[in-house]
Design a binder for this molecule. Structure first.
Ligand SMILES: [Zn+2]
Length: 64
């Protein structure tokens, strides 16, 4: 069964989608942003979640 939840990367804190049990999931997923391995308890596919505000604001605010 596929399960999805959302959380920050433990390394760079960007918003990630954790997709468990989907095609391409692995026990050793890497963050798409910082490319560091993320520890998971189930096979997981990591995707950057640009639709949600990150918990760590980056300096690149292009609206100002
Ligand atoms: Zn990261």
């Amino acid at each position: 069964m596929a399960t999805a939840w959302f959380g920050p990367c433990p390394h760079c804190k960007i918003a990630l989608s954790y997709l468990q049990g989907v095609t391409g999931s692995t026990m050793t997923p890497v963050c798409p942003e910082c490319r560091k391995p993320v520890t998971v308890s189930r096979a997981t596919l990591l995707m950057a979640d640009h639709s949600r505000p990150s918990t760590a604001w980056k300096s690149g605010d292009t609206q100002r």
